[in-house]
Design a protein around this ligand. Structure first.
Ligand SMILES: *[C@@H]1O[C@H](CO)[C@@H](O)[C@H](O)[C@H]1NC(C)=O
Length: 192
């Protein structure tokens, strides 16, 4: 099912690329475009195709993610604020596991930007539980995949203290140590 969807999307993108290439070629005089202009045109084209891909995957007939999950860069994300239900960190993690995912591990700044972009669409900017904890050893923050907090990118966790072992994500990409027993919304991530 997902394989078919991926194939359809891939075909759509390839077709789009070919079409763009064919319709571009005669219009642009290759001798007059500087490398910068060509690069710029490629960027614009890429942006257009990204948007197209986003549109295609939003179509329910061609969905890469379960209903209620958002597709981004080959992954599916679940943002709980729509549920109007808050959970402890461990219960949030349990929810993600039950849906074949886990609390989001943030792997680069583009992914951080994506998360921030979605968060900014909620009426109240939430904090979200993410897959980062120092419950095993105080001060040693680990992502849900067992990697060190600095493994993917430079990260600081503010307000760390003995009784605050779970990280929540807030605006501006900041991470705060919070009481794992606190109730809050969360974000899960899984492969599409
Ligand atoms: C989460 O933690 C609470 C208290 O710390 C515990 O009672 C509960 O059973 C845990 N739930 C899960 C799903 O692990």
């Amino acid at each position: 099912m997902a394989g078919v969807a991926v194939a359809v999307v891939t075909a759509a993108v390839v077709a789009g690329l070919l079409l763009a290439f064919v319709s571009f070629a005669p219009a642009a005089d290759p001798t007059s475009a500087t490398p910068d202009e060509k690069l710029q045109r490629c960027r614009e084209e890429r942006h257009r195709l990204d948007l197209m891909l986003l549109d295609v995957t939003r179509d329910s007939r061609c969905r890469l993610c379960p209903a209620g999950w958002r597709w981004w860069r080959r992954r599916c994300y679940f943002f709980s604020p729509g549920l109007q239900e808050n959970r402890r960190w461990n219960e949030s993690a349990e929810f993600c596991r039950r849906h074949d995912g886990r609390l989001a591990v943030i792997e680069d700044s583009a992914e951080m930007d994506f998360l921030q972009g979605v968060m900014s669409t909620f009426s109240r900017f939430p904090f979200l539980w993410v897959g980062l904890t120092d419950a095993q050893q105080e001060g040693r923050w680990l992502w849900g995949d067992g990697t060190d907090v600095q493994h993917y990118m430079p990260v600081t966790v503010d307000w760390d203290a003995d009784h605050r072992d779970c990280a929540d994500l807030r605006g501006g990409g900041s991470l705060f140590a919070a009481d794992c027993e606190a109730y809050g919304p969360w974000v899960c991530k899984k492969e599409s």
